[in-house]
Design a protein around this ligand. Sequence first.
Ligand SMILES: [Zn+2]
Length: 291
Amino acid sequence: MYSNKILVLAMLFVLVFNIIAPVQVSYAASLDNVIGTLGASTVQGYDGGSNVFEKIFDLLFDKILGPILNIFGGGKATTTTPNSPVKVTPLPPNDGTVSNGDSGVLRGKTIVVDPGHGGSNPGAVDNGTKEADNNLAVSLKLRDKLTRAGAKVVMTRETDRTVAPEGSSLGQELAKRVDIAENNNADMFVSVHSNSNPDPSIYGTMTFFPSGKSSKLALEVQDNIIRETGAVDKGTSPATFYVLRNTTMPSILVEMGFVSNPNEAIKLRDDSYRNKIAQGIFNGIVKYFNS
Ligand SMILES: [Zn+2]
């Protein structure tokens, strides 16, 4: 019995230093995000900020209080444990436990992720890389990050296929992608592509936005992709691509890199590089909604 108690205390000690301590270390890094989230509740058109405290407390309980109560309550802990032997004092809500990854900062947002090409239309193919595959791989990672942050994500495709029935015209294929965004009343449309050029020495990342509309989303996404990947920054540009021209919500088309450049083609095939791109796009989207 006595040794049991020591064991429990030792486990609690380990727990505190494994969960509480890293949280404090990350405090400075994620404080910006918390403030941004709270501030965003007053921004016109943003309606996801009002639940922030609720989310933070949920998170606190799941990550810290839950495990502690579990140890002392023999695994039967609930949110209301009046006889809990531990007096648990809730930590202040701005203790930094909210991270981009699972903060719910995108709750209430519907985001359409559009992996360019697919099926009988592979897009640019060069240096052993198929554009449609790169686009899909990054888009699936982006989907997961957005979903973890609370967004409702609608994919135009989740496998190697065309979006419109096979045999449809390119116009029908692109119209179908726009329809998905419009029919879902999406708050954002993000199309993911890989670039190609006859000159193999050209490489770098660029992000396009609809001509005549705001460049804000494109700037945030481009900036954050470059931060994550260290790729050459080829900047943002207005464009009249069909999917940009015909979507009514904020939309961008990301050209992640050039499959025609041997070095960039290798990177675009690499899983960890793909994850960096997805993280950059994700960070840019969060910034866009929270600034
Ligand atoms: Zn493309």
